[in-house]
Design a protein around this ligand. Structure first.
Ligand code: FAQ
Length: 314
């Protein structure tokens, strides 16, 4: 079968709503897109441990510290599932990580903002995990098996993360004026960056064409952003938080919340390496990678010794 016939067969499979697996034939362009998108996603999970990791030693109670530790560890686990999924496409994890450390690979813009207050842990859980869930529940229905399966498990954990974030904020909003002011300050800083997580507007999203054609993205960047806004605004109001957008208004005819303009110049600045914490984040990841070298070497030595003992016993 020539490539045109294979492509036709593949397109037909996607049109029938079938899932494809790593060893199945797929268009080379799609393989490259999947490697790009999934590796960016895996990097985001791992870099995303840093803003919250920053608060583990300063959590206000043992209960909060235990929850935050578990959450940050979950995010590391998500990165590992997704890296495994990317490896199934024929690339090496080490090479992907080298690209991240060399500043050549992207990761989510949101993690280049600083976490300045305890209430930022609430804002990250509620808004950042909340945005991730809206995006990832549709990816859980995508056509690439390893990615869809990883997303199902990840979304279950992200739901818990979101609830703990909202609980931090609702506790603070029921507290002293200083605590309420802190919670509001966090929302003022994290609201717009979380809307940017969904990516540029549909007309400026070059990758969406391939990804939607082949069933990876099931909804567009703008559609998912709108779904997130509609879900989140009433939750903010329910606990007395103000969305930092003077243009925000509910359109009774469409049933949607309308927002003011997003600062796309800021977004592109951040994804091109010039956000408030880009350099710090990459330096922290490189440091962790270097410090962890002996652990990786010990794990490999252990695995090799174990498998040679098993071979001798067999
Ligand atoms: N940040 O053509 P599009 C989480 C880039 S996980 C940085 O629209 P696409 C969990 C894009 O890569 C958060 N770059 O791209 C957690 C492309 O550049 P390229 C991560 C961005 O792929 C919580 C260019 O702009 N989630 O938060 C961003 O069709 C708490 C043009 O854009 C995922 O990765 C951005 N926000 O759509 C962890 C989900 N947006 O590569 C710890 C999977 C766009 O051509 C703590 N990914 N760019 O040079 C996706 O759904 C998609 O990749 C989008 C972007 C929607 C992010």
């Amino acid at each position: 079968m020539d490539d045109a016939a294979k492509l036709k067969e593949f397109d037909d499979r996607i049109a029938r709503g079938e899932i494809f697996e790593p060893k199945d034939w797929m268009p080379e362009r799609l393989r490259k897109q999947l490697i790009r998108m999934m590796s960016q996603h895996a990097h985001s999970e791992v870099v995303g441990m840093l803003p919250e990791g920053n608060w583990i030693t300063r959590a206000p109670s043992l209960r909060r510290k235990m929850i935050l530790l578990a959450k940050v560890q979950d995010e590391g686990g998500h990165g590992l599932y997704i890296y495994s999924g990317v490896e199934s496409l024929g690339v090496r994890r080490e090479d992907l990580i080298d690209e991240l450390h060399a500043g050549k690979a992207k990761y989510s813009s949101i993690f280049n903002y600083p976490s300045l207050l305890w209430s930022d842990m609430g804002a990250i859980g509620w808004l950042v995990d909340g945005a991730a869930i809206v995006n990832q529940t549709t990816l859980a229905k995508c056509s690439f098996g390893p990615y869809a399966r990883a997303m199902i498990r990840i979304c279950k954990e992200e739901n818990f993360h979101k609830k703990q974030g909202y609980e931090i904020l609702s506790t603070m909003m029921a507290g002293t004026p200083a605590q309420r002011a802190m919670a509001q300050d966090s929302i003022n800083r994290w609201w717009w960056p979380s809307l940017m997580m969904f990516g540029p507007t549909d007309k400026d999203s070059p990758n969406s064409i391939d990804l939607m054609r082949w069933g990876i993205k099931r909804k567009s960047n703008d559609d998912l952003r709108q779904r997130f806004i509609d879900m989140t605004v009433p939750q903010a109001h329910a606990i007395g938080l103000t969305i930092p957008d003077p243009a925000l208004k509910f359109n009774k005819e469409t049933g949607h919340w309308e927002i003011g303009p997003i600062n796309w110049e800021e977004f592109f600045n951040v994804i091109n390496g010039n956000g408030p914490c880009n350099k710090e984040r990459i330096a922290a990841r490189k440091h962790a990678h270097d410090e962890g070298k002996w652990v990786r070497e010990a794990a490999v030595a252990y695995a090799q010794k174990h498998s040679s003992l098993e071979r001798r016993a067999a």
